[in-house]
Design a protein around this ligand. Structure first.
Ligand SMILES: Cc1ncc(COP(=O)(O)O)c(C=O)c1O
Length: 431
């Protein structure tokens, strides 16, 4: 079933989920608040943070033969396998590990651009700077034309047709993010990959999945793509690592590694077993959600079901945020509130809303939200991270509101009531 308006978790289950995260409802110094800035770095699973600390306590080098060392090495090996197979849905390929998702993107794009023949590369106008700048940097370095795909100012996304228009048989790669980190709009990467390969069967398909991965199952095999990266700190996890799937075609290119190591090794130096252990805690958590609905199945099946349920619950929260209920008005219906690049089909959106209160400065709005106990973020045309993107969407900026699946009906309703109060307050100030 499609569940166009999503499917909510029971409130008792939401409570159970919240227990598994740190600081969901309050900051220890600054008191109660709704943390609705999960696109900037999501709420952290307790198990991830605790496991990271526990594993860091062991001094043993993972390259020895004693039991603790073997255990630590096992975490890296098993963790790598699980990230590839369970999170990315990969049947082959390799994992690039770095300190950030941005670094993995530069590395993957560089490997392709420096080793593949062609005259141009295509990137969307709403990419995060790590994906956009990686293409720009390597286009300049390898003397290629860079073609930028404009965004739809109606949906906030990238239309397949607009991408395809810019691809020819000499296009080295196309890089389109899976979901927008401003509007939550989800791109049709599968169709982009399929159509792009009709024009140039040798083209490389790159997709930044940092935004999309915490909201939806990923399947690089089904999408038929070559590069996909994630950032664990936006995925209920920890800072200090970024992971990227690369296909076998990319693995074979020359890359930084110790000469004696196998071609598919991307770790340079001693790896961090604790980071892999933390990633497996993310997988355990999603499996725990999945198991509630389908019982004990394979780890991959329960993970996929967990992600499906997260996606459906978040869609229902998005619907509630936009439409409200008979008791509480949704954003679309509050006088003095604008929802930007708002589209009806919620099956093509993740749980992010770009909104503003009419005539009120965005930074001031964020400060007022914070004063009233809501943490959100403004994406404005004066920030290096947002300028190109908000301009591409034809707006000066917007407040980005990004709850998480561990939020429930009451959290959304509280946010809506606060928003209605603020809209009324600012309207009265103007009169
Ligand atoms: C869509 C998207 N891609 C990439 C990144 C970069 O991630 P990292 O900070 O791990 O480099 C971000 C971070 O804000 C992002 O939102």
């Amino acid at each position: 079933m499609q569940y166009d308006k999503g499917l909510l978790f029971e409130e008792s289950f939401v409570k159970e989920l919240k227990e598994r995260f740190y600081l969901v409802d309050a900051d220890p110094q600054h008191g109660n608040r709704l943390f609705f800035d999960n696109s900037g770095g999501s709420l952290r699973l307790k198990k991830c943070v605790q496991t990271k600390a526990e594993i860091e306590a062991f001094p043993d080098c993972p390259e020895r033969i004693h039991a603790r060392s073997v255990y630590l090495k096992g975490l890296v090996d098993y963790g790598t396998k699980e990230i590839l197979e369970i999170i990315f849905g990969a049947k082959s390929g390799a994992l690039i590990t770095e300190l950030t998702a941005s670094q993995t993107m530069f590395q993957a794009v560089g490997m392709i651009m420096e080793n593949v023949k062609g005259t141009n590369a295509v990137v969307s106008s709403i990419e995060h700077p790590s994906a956009f700048d990686a293409v720009e940097y390597y286009c300049k370095k390898t003397n290629r034309e860079m073609r930028v795909v404009p965004a739809s100012t109606v949906t906030g996304g990238i239309e397949v047709e607009e991408v395809i228009k810019r691809i020819d048989k000499n296009t080295v790669l196309v890089s389109i993010m899976s979901a927008s980190n401003i509007s939550g709009n989800v791109m049709d990467i599968k169709e982009i990959a399929r159509r792009a390969k009709e024009i140039n069967p040798d083209i490389y398909i790159v997709s930044d999945m940092v935004q999309h991965a915490p909201h939806c199952k990923i399947d690089v095999e089904d999408l038929k793509i070559d590069v996909a990266n994630i950032a664990p700190y936006k995925f209920f996890g920890i800072r200090g690592c970024g992971y990227c799937y690369i296909s076998d075609r990319v693995v074979k290119f020359p890359h930084h590694k110790l000469i004696a190591k196998p071609q598919e090794t991307f770790e340079l130096g001693t790896s961090a077993p604790a980071n892999f252990a933390a990633m497996m805690e993310i997988i355990n958590y999603v499996c725990y959600i999945g198991e509630r609905f389908i019982g004990k199945k394979t780890r991959k099946e329960t993970y996929d079901e967990g992600m499906r349920r997260i996606h459906l619950h978040e869609r229902a929260l998005l619907y509630r945020m936009l439409e409200g209920t008979p008791e509480v008005k949704g954003l679309r219906h509050i006088d003095g509130v604008t929802v930007h690049v708002d589209t009806d089909d919620l099956t093509k959106r993740d749980l992010i809303v770009a909104m503003s209160i009419d005539g009120v400065d965005l930074t001031q709005t964020v400060a007022e939200y914070q004063r009233r106990g809501v943490t959100v973020y403004e994406r404005v045309n004066t920030s290096i991270y947002s300028k190109r993107i908000v301009q591409a969407l034809g707006i000066k900026g917007a407040i980005r509101v990004s709850p998480l699946h561990c939020h429930g009906r009451e959290d959304i309703d509280r946010y809506l009531k606060i928003t209605a109060d603020m809209a009324r307050y600012y309207k009265e100030l103007k009169q």
